[in-house]
Design a binder for this molecule. Structure first.
Ligand code: F6R
Length: 625
């Protein structure tokens, strides 16, 4: 999603901004732009498409790299500028709609993450006052509103305060004023924005992993705070104009986020990191399978745990799929009724929560607007929130700070989630075991066996990863298909959904995931010899039924692919292609069954020449509802 970078200090501005934009690329974007002070003017350069396009335009724009704020170009010269990666929400991706945006006098430049909900109303008022608009964006309304308010207040801060009062929505803003060549102004409401505190230089970014590339310390802005940032000072005000004493915190370093470690794509690197991710979580939370789970951050009393009336899991996309696996395991081990809802749908549904309910919010980024909004609604009914996120400094981490589980997977750069999915599943299994152990809801023997089996998962994942070439060889022949169907049952039904999502995201091939028993109730109508069906068929309770449902698909001449365990001879009898995984207990099989399907999506996308790490239209962190 959109990204913001800002810098004020003695470094040449354009290379710093470009480096910042490079760190933000992983969030997903469709245009980029920068604004810098140049002499007594503001200079904006922007371009639709990838960052390379912007660099090309910059290289063709003589003088921009030498842009100084009317200084003499000595090492002491102060440089100041802002940059943006845009993910279109209002108006198509284009040079014109890319940020930064100017006011009509080109005296103020703004970059914006988020959305302004009442932009049409504010725009109508400004139009009546004679303001002319050039773009379709909601962001232009912000800059024109600030300019308009500046005319009446003659004060930058008061103009910003006034505009904030007029605008509804979520936003992180970085603002340059022509008359303040050495300052950046920053504001946030329900969208992340972090100030990187340097030594005689300061940064601003929408994302702490970006700031962490440059500085050791940060100041986190809260909602409705306005910062005035210069080379040597950072002043933060509330909406009453009072100066605030803000904490300076140590930055959480995201090391080498741009290092692919020899892999062609971040996605391949991240898929291959999955054994380490699960292993490190098990080391932290289940160091010894004979002992209890160690969740230090979870201060839920046994009394609360014993009386939970329901569990509601709220999440989006891949995190929602890990939640579906979680539902299965919670109900299996704790018998507590568990529901999983798309966070974006929960806002429309009836609460049904009490102060005995447990709400689990899952989000790798911890910044997903839909998830945050749904969780706020859920806790307003008195439910207790446990947050599961990969980012310990995210909005979800803040919201759930009393009961937080970090699904530590390291920074996931590729837009499509892979290793964070396994990390979320690991934490959910451990949480279910933790509740079962604390409440005595499951037989100790069953729990001990499960913990023992979980400890073996990293080495089984490793064995699965070594089969990548086998998967590649077997899936490429299906790359020219226009539709895929994935089927699974029980705990592997969410894996069918996740596999379909991965294939769509990465290759743009249409794919659907179904509970295999549902095929005959409608979806089977789409099958013919052109539509491959991928069955997830693991020995256990569901095997025979998935086999039967696969036979029904085969009878419609669908090309048949299976994810099946080594030694399953029966699978060979009906499937054209068998993607093998090591033998595994059904209850924990999602840790393995998803891997060949991640590779299937990856290799097909790569074969088709897709932008694997930054698929079209997608964003890593979806900060608008
Ligand atoms: C899938 C994917 C998205 C995210 C979804 C939720 O590969 O990346 O579906 O899973 O946008 O994001 P988080 O987990 O950050 O809340």
């Amino acid at each position: 999603m959109c990204g913001i970078i800002g810098y004020v200090g003695n470094k040449e501005i354009v290379p710093v901004l470009l480096e910042g934009l490079r760190c933000l690329e992983y969030r997903g974007y469709d245009s980029t732009g920068i604004a810098v002070h140049k002499g007594s003017a503001l200079n904006i350069i922007k371009s639709v498409g990838k960052l390379a396009n912007l660099e090309e335009v910059i290289n063709k724009t003589p003088g921009l790299l030498n842009g100084k704020n009317g200084n003499n170009g000595s090492p002491k010269s102060i440089y100041c500028g802002i940059g943006h990666t845009r993910w279109a929400t209002h108006g198509e991706p284009s040079d014109l709609n890319a940020h930064p945006h100017f006011d009509s006098d080109e005296a103020i430049a703004v970059v914006h993450n988020g959305i302004i909900r009442n932009y049409q109303e504010v725009k109508a008022i400004l139009l009546r006052q004679g303001v002319r608009f050039l773009t379709e964006t909601d962001t232009e309304v912000i800059v024109q509103s600030i300019a308009n308010n500046f005319k009446s207040t003659k004060s930058i801060l008061n103009a910003i305060f006034k505009s904030i009062n007029e605008l509804e929505g979520s936003y992180a803003l970085a603002i340059l004023f022509k008359d303040q060549p050495n300052k950046i102004y920053a504001v946030r409401k329900e969208a992340p924005l972090v100030i990187g505190v340097g030594n005689n230089e300061n940064y601003l970014a929408s994302d702490s992993s970006t700031v962490s590339q440059f500085v050791e310390k940060v100041i986190r802005l809260n909602d409705n705070e306005v910062a005035e940032i210069s080379k040597e000072s950072i002043e933060v005000y509330n909406l009453k104009g009072e100066k605030l004493n803000k904490d300076i915190q140590a930055v959480i370093k995201s090391k080498d986020i741009l290092d692919k470690r020899g892999f062609k794509h971040y996605l391949a690197k991240e898929i291959n990191e999955q054994a380490d991710v699960v292993s490190s979580l098990l080391r932290d939370f289940l160091p010894n399978h004979e002992k209890q789970i160690q969740f230090e951050h979870l201060k839920l009393t046994t009394d609360f745990l014993k009386n939970i009336d329901r569990i509601l899991i709220l999440a989006c996309g891949t995190a929602y799929h890990s939640g579906l696996v979680g539902k299965y395991i919670f109900e299996n081990l704790t018998s507590i009724p568990t529901e999983v809802q798309f966070a974006s749908e929960y806002l429309n549904s009836k609460a049904l929560l009490t102060n005995k309910s447990l709400v689990i919010g899952i989000s790798q980024s911890g910044e997903t607007a839909d998830t945050l909004a749904a969780l706020k609604k859920a806790i307003s009914y008195g439910a207790t929130l446990v947050g599961i996120t990969n980012k310990s400094d995210s909005a979800l981490a803040e919201l759930a700070k009393e009961h937080l589980l970090i699904s530590k997977a390291g920074t996931e750069v590729s837009v499509a989630a892979t290793k964070t999915f396994l990390a979320q599943m690991t934490v959910l299994y451990l949480l279910a075991i933790y509740i079962a152990e604390s409440t005595g809801s499951s037989k100790q023997k069953k729990i001990s066996l499960l913990k023992q089996e979980l400890k073996l998962i990293p080495q089984l994942i490793d064995q699965t990863l070594t089969r990548a070439e086998h998967y590649q060889e077997h899936v490429i022949k299906y790359a020219n298909r226009a539709d895929f169907v994935f089927i699974g049952r029980g705990i592997n039904y969410p894996i069918a959904l996740e596999a379909a999502l991965k294939l769509k995201e990465l290759s743009y091939i249409h794919a659907s995931g179904y509970a295999s028993g549902e095929m005959k109730h409608g979806p089977i109508a789409v099958l013919d010899p052109t539509v491959p069906v991928v069955s997830i068929i693991v020995p256990g309770e569901t095997y025979d039924r998935v086999f039967q449902n696969s036979l029904e698909a085969k009878s419609r001449q669908a090309p048949m692919i299976a994810v099946a365990v080594d030694g399953d001879k029966k699978a060979e009898s009906i499937f054209d292609t068998v993607l093998r995984i090591p033998p595994i207990m059904e209850l924990i099989s999602p840790f393995l069954t998803v891997i060949p399907l991640q590779f299937l999506a990856y290799y097909i996308a790569e074969h088709l020449g897709r932008d694997v790490d930054q698929p079209r239209n997608l964003a890593k962190s979806v900060t608008v509802e």
